[in-house]
Design a protein around this ligand. Structure first.
Ligand code: SF4
Ligand code: SF4
Length: 437
């Protein structure tokens, strides 16, 4: 047996003789004593130890075979993996955030009923009828400006899915101003399973960065909705910080607690930077953790805000196998006109359109440079399962084309151990024989 390529090992200065092992494939965390580590190297583990460490992803029979499995991990056709579509219902918004990355193409553009009907029929015939579960994310602009369209799409799809015995659900990426309790209760009945809402710090900061089109602040309206609905809809709270303001974001968390929001009923809290783009602030409401940057202050800000989040009892996403949706066969963005893209941010690049509801999906292997991480360097990198070449949008912003990986090595070198130790302290983990977590 050999140690997995996709393993990080950190000595524990406060526990001499112990090492923290983290499998980036399995997201397993194991506290390994030096003697067990020596037994791995001597090949003198007993069967139970060998079986446990293999199951946790620390040991493999052949490192080259393991790397080959990673190279082809997304090539395997999995027909019953859910179809995940981000459906852009409009490019309109009732807020006017100065950093919005959709600024260049925002406007009164809405999906029409013909496109919505074609969307339902395409998902019925190409997904549900073949037994494939469907998960939609309604996106904008502000998707709740198109509440009628949400009903017109989710109601028939929910009924068709039920008839075929496949799962159907949808979530929202929303600014939160329109997600009242009555609206949430109705949408839960149609399949709403979660919502991502953005709060950019305490009221004065948020109201500057996320004002209504009229200029009025939106903080109180969003906070009131979060309070009203957090017990009935799993909420992912996000926020976009800058170097100047991130230290004030914990005030917002305190404000949530004071307002009566129960942190154990929030699905997750994740803050992301407003990333400079061509000299202007830009990005992102797509607060999935996709966005990444590696300046030292930013890494410190991320760790600081995660600590402050966990300290107050809010959950934070754990590091796990994650990949740009470009790589995933069953993930798609469908815009208001029915055009297909592989990331919401690519809607700004006509050359990255990959088809439409009418035409189907074209071949995008070359335009999206799909294999750029399949190099010796990446396949041999312990961070590959967390990275797979990073964010294509970041490369586009830097180079104007997807011609290189967005390498996260430096970022993970600084951040990963600290994040794992935060999770051990605040978010727990399972205990294994002869290992501690
Ligand atoms: S390019 Fe990929 S990783 Fe980056 S924001 Fe888009 S989907 Fe996420
Ligand atoms: S891009 Fe960098 S961090 Fe990502 S797998 Fe390749 S070498 Fe590792």
């Amino acid at each position: 047996m050999q140690l997995s390529t996709y393993l990080k090992m950190y000595p524990c200065p406060d526990q001499p003789g112990m090492n923290l092992a983290y499998s980036t494939v399995r997201s397993s965390v194991v506290l390994l004593p030096d003697d067990l580590l020596a037994a791995i190297h001597d090949n003198s583990l007993d069967n139970g130890e060998r079986e446990t460490l293999t199951r946790l992803g620390l040991l493999v029979t052949d490192r080259f075979a393991e790397q080959e499995r990673m190279r082809t991990i997304f090539d395997i056709h999995r027909p019953h993996t859910p179809f995940n579509a981000i459906v852009v219902l409009n490019l309109d918004c009732n807020l006017a955030c100065p950093y919005c990355y959709e600024d260049a193409f925002r406007g009164k553009h809405y999906m029409n009923t013909g496109t919505a009907e074609l969307l339902v029929e395409t998902i019925r015939s190409e997904r549900i009828a073949l037994g494939q579960p469907v998960r939609l994310t309604f996106y904008g602009g502000e998707p709740l400006l198109s509440l009628d369209l949400i009903r017109a799409i989710s109601l028939p799809l929910g009924e068709l899915a039920q008839k075929e015995g496949v799962a159907f659900s949808f979530s929202l990426v929303t600014n939160g101003t329109l997600l009242s309790r009555a609206c949430a209760e109705e949408l839960v009945g149609l399949g709403l399973s979660g919502a991502k809402i953005t709060l950019d710090g305490p009221a004065d900061l948020h109201n500057l960065s996320r004002p209504y089109v009229s200029g009025r602040g939106s903080y109180e309206a969003i906070l009131s909705n979060v309070l009203d609905i957090h017990g009935i809809v799993p909420l992912q709270l996000g926020g976009n910080f800058t170097r100047e303001n991130y230290r004030r974001f914990p005030e917002m968390l305190d404000n949530l607690l004071r307002s009566g929001i129960d942190p154990s009923r929030i699905a997750s809290v994740l803050f992301a930077p407003v990333v400079p783009k061509s000299g202007k602030p830009a990005l992102t409401d797509f607060n999935t953790g996709c966005a990444c940057s590696y300046e030292p202050w930013l890494m410190e800000a991320g760790i600081y805000l995660r600590e402050e989040t966990l300290k107050r009892g809010f959950p934070a996403p754990k590091p796990r196998l994650s990949v740009c949706m470009v790589e995933l066969e069953h993930d798609l963005v469908i815009n208001h006109e029915g055009s297909f893209f592989k990331c919401p941010t690519f809607m700004a690049y006509p050359g990255l359109r990959i088809g439409s509801l009418a035409e189907g999906i074209g071949d995008y292997r070359q335009s999206h440079n799909m294999d750029l991480w399949k190099t010796e360097e990446c396949l041999g990198c312990a961070y590959l399962p967390l990275c797979f070449g990073g964010c294509r949008q970041m490369t586009l912003l830097r180079n104007g084309t997807i011609n290189a990986v967005d390498c996260r090595r430096e970022y993970y070198d600084v951040v990963l151990e600290r994040v794992i130790r935060q999770d051990l302290k605040y978010q727990g983990a399972k205990r294994e024989p002869r290992t501690e977590t």
